[in-house]
Design a protein around this ligand. Structure first.
Ligand code: NAI
Ligand code: MG
Length: 477
């Protein structure tokens, strides 16, 4: 693990295994951090926060981020391969992350020199001048999931470096390798000791220690809503700031007037990309009744044609699930769907032929005739499973689309511009994608409504999450 600029073993000496979910093979034994390691890392981060790092000029932090961006770009093949080996995503996908990963770092680099307070006119009697300062919140505990290690790590480290915070990052136990390599690149870029620390370990131990730590000023968390709730409770001790990017059960709404040839691959990949292991996946597929049967049949055909396999194969479109736990969880939902009476149009069972049996492979699955009250229409599955639901009119689909505890993503497919705008306003979710899905950009905010969490990542607001606002009053007469 990386603490205070040095590579050290866990205080306990313990390690855990990281395995390739496509083959089961052992990739590495990783230092298993726990409370003592978190304590050391937080102490290093605090010391660094108070040290020379606090005097770095915005332009110096900008150059550091640009240097790190260049290093990530130079090593993108290796970083993409690490993601693929460690969590299974197809290499075509992880390679494609280049623009996003490097673009985020360059965006934060730009933002580093754009942060500023305001001078604010007040109405008090006499001469009192008031202005605000924006100051880094301090030591940030970053806890990330396994579904996109490279970009998830950058999404936490980037804004911290831009604002002058320091970080203790806990990668997911399922896929810690890319974060560790990125820690190395941080040192190579010239990140001072203690500014970025990477402590791998399990959620209940290292993660819990970090989120409850009295000397951590903010926790930035991405993961399940259940763990998000624990993070909020753990934050109460010192009332640290918390931002949460949690799960979803996002509606993807297809009207009969849509360009259906574009909507079929669009709505399919809104779920099957990354084997459905994306927080904003459009897993509740609402299709207007007039075209319901035709459309769901086409989606099922598309699903059957996707190439499922080991992510290292450049042809692979759908890789394995990340772990045996995730496999159990997803296959449980497949049987729940069958028991609930949903009609299976494709997939539906784990693949076990030949090489598939070594990994955690579930084929793209389409359930039709799903009712809103079924568990497969309400709960986040986090696997390649579409629940297709018919609807008849726009008011009805607004009401039903919003009938979920979550509010992260959403999709609308239509050629009718007024329908598109109406839905964009009516859907209670942090992102609405019209005639596309899952578009993301470093400058455009992303985050949740309702139980999908709070706070935003990307965009100007992301930097605000890492800043405190201080008001200064100066009596001048
Ligand atoms: P999780 O939310 O338990 O894990 C995410 C991160 O939180 C990991 O780094 C983990 O070590 C850490 N963590 C776990 N328990 C913790 C605790 N008590 N205190 C502090 N940190 C803790 O998610 P998990 O177990 O990987 O997956 C379970 C389900 O959660 C998935 O099937 C999926 O439905 C959902 N999920 C959603 C994600 C999203 O991006 N919205 C990402 C990962 C999972
Ligand atoms: Mg967990």
């Amino acid at each position: 693990m990386l603490i205070d600029g040095r590579w050290v073993a866990a205080a306990s000496g313990k390690t855990f295994e990281s395995r390739n979910p496509a083959t089961g093979e052992l990739l590495a034994r990783v230092a298993e951090g726990d409370r003592e390691d978190i304590d050391r890392a937080v102490a290093a981060a605090r010391k660094a926060f108070n040290g020379p790092w606090s005097k770095w000029k915005p332009a110096e932090r900008q150059l550091l981020l640009l240097k790190l961006a260049d290093l990530v770009e130079q090593h993108i093949e290796e970083l993409a391969a690490l993601d693929t080996f460690d969590m299974g995503a197809p290499i075509s996908r992880t390679r494609n992350n280049r623009q996003r990963a490097v673009g985020m770092l360059r965006y934060y680099a730009g933002m580093a020199t754009s942060l500023h307070g305001e001078t604010i006119e007040n109405s008090l009697v006499g001469e009192i001048f008031s202005y605000t300062l924006k100051e880094p919140v301090g030591v940030v505990g970053a806890i990330i999931p396994w579904n996109g290690p490279l970009t998830a790590t950058i999404w936490k480290i980037g804004p911290a470096l831009a604002t002058g915070c320091t970080v203790v990052l806990k990668p997911a136990e399922e896929a810690p390798l890319t974060s560790l390599r990125l820690g190395e690149l941080c040192l190579e870029a010239g990140v001072p000791p203690g500014v970025v620390n990477v402590v791998p370990g399990f959620g209940e131990t290292a993660g819990a220690a970090l989120s409850s730590h009295p000397d951590v000023d903010k926790v930035a968390f991405t993961g399940s809503h259940v763990t998000g709730q624990k993070i909020v409770q753990a934050s109460a001790g010192n009332l640290k700031r918390v931002s949460l990017e949690l799960g979803g059960k996002s509606p993807d709404i297809v009207f009969a007037d849509a360009d259906l040839d574009a909507a079929v691959p669009g709505a399919s990949m809104a779920v099957f990309a990354n084997s459905g292991q994306i927080c904003s996946a459009g897993t509740r597929l609402f299709v207007e009744k007039k075209v319901y049967e035709e459309f769901t049949d086409k989606v099922a055909r598309f699903a059957k044609n996707l190439k499922v396999g080991n992510g290292v194969n450049p042809e692979t479109q759908v890789g394995p699930l990340v772990s045996s736990e995730q496999l159990d969880r997803v296959t449980d939902y497949l049987s729940i769907g069958r028991q609930e009476g949903a009609k299976r149009l494709s997939g539906g069972e784990r693949l076990t032929d030949g090489d598939y049996q070594k990994g955690y492979f579930v084929p793209p699955t389409v359930f039709a005739d799903v009712r809103d009250d079924m568990r497969i229409a309400q709960e986040e599955i986090f696997g390649p499973v579409i629940s297709a639901i018919p609807f008849t009119d726009i008011d009805e689909v607004i009401q039903r689309g919003n009938a979920t505890t979550f509010g992260l993503g959403s999709g609308v497919w239509t050629r009718d511009v007024s329908k598109a705008h109406r839905l964009a306003k009516a859907i209670r979710a942090g992102s609405v994608w019209v005639n596309c899905y899952q578009a993301m950009d470093p400058a455009v905010p992303f985050g949740g409504y309702k139980m999908s969490g709070y706070g935003r990542e990307s965009g100007k607001q992301h930097l605000e999450e890492y800043l405190n606002v201080k008001a200064v009053w100066i009596k001048t007469a």
